[in-house]
Structures are given as C-alpha cells and as structure tokens.
Design a protein around this ligand. Sequence first.
Ligand code: SF4
Ligand code: SF4
Length: 159
Amino acid sequence: MSVQEKQKINFAFRDELNSIAEGFRHNYCYQCGACVADCPACNYSESFNPRLIILKALLGFREELISADSEIWNCTNCYTCSERCPQDVRPVDVIIALKNICVRDGCAPELIGSVSGAVLSSGITTKVTSVSEKRREEHGLAPVKEYPVEELRRLLEDE
Ligand code: SF4
Ligand code: SF4
C-alpha cells in the first residue's frame, strides 16, 4: 500500500512499536526530512529513506516494515540521522526496534542468524579464520582478542 492512499491508521502496530525499547520515539516525528540528507544508505538504495520508514511506522504499515525484505535492513546503523533530527526521534533506534520485532517474530533475514551466532561464539560479528588472522598480520594488526562470551550467553539464558 502506498503512503499516499487514504487509509485508517493501524494504532495496534504503533502500540506494539511503543512497547519495544526506543520504539516510542517514532511518535515525535514531524516529517521534516532532515534525517535523509546525509544518510549513506539513501545514496545506495533508491527505496531507502528514514523519513518514510518513520512515516510508515506512524501509519502502522506492519506488513511492509516487519519482514525479511523490508528496507529497514539497508540501514547501516551509522547514527547520522540521530545527529540531524531536531525532534530527538533517533530514527536509527526506531529502525533497530523494528528489527527487534522482526527477530522476535522469526522474520529477519537469514544472515542475521549467522551474525548473532558468530557474536555468541566469539564476541564479534564475523568468523575468525586462519586466513583473516593472516590478513591482519599482513596489515600490522594484532590478533583478534578473545572476549568473555560466557557472560553474554548467561544473560540470554536468564531472559
Ligand atoms: S529528522 Fe526527525 S523529525 Fe525530521 S523526518 Fe527525520 S525523524 Fe522525523
Ligand atoms: S543510521 Fe541508518 S537511517 Fe540513520 S543515517 Fe545511518 S544509514 Fe541512514
């Protein structure tokens, strides 16, 4: 459905988003567009636009936003939009809240599962291999540190 079409607002989805950490911030948006100008993802994707994502959240476009194909996954989490927004919406935090709903509902892209699996096993988002360690050495970088992932796993068990 296009945002220009006349329709009823899906307040149930807005309530759902309000219940996720930082999701309530979408309510502050007055659609000025300041978050769009320096967004790097907008430069690479014609369909990506943080202002429109917030507008869809305000209208309650659950089907478009909560899916593995949603444009929210093109956000780089750079936080530039949060620095630009005059309303303290922090669009990236709203986008993260939308991503968290996707993960909770089991409709995140497959890649997310492998990234979170890597974090749980090594504390970083990519797999450390002998090849990646060799490349680090060639570039004068120290070997990847070992992180205390047991604490992270315990936190998940306590949930
Ligand atoms: S800068 Fe803030 S208020 Fe303006 S459109 Fe973006 S999110 Fe909304
Ligand atoms: S955090 Fe996402 S939406 Fe915000 S400026 Fe960066 S890429 Fe764009």
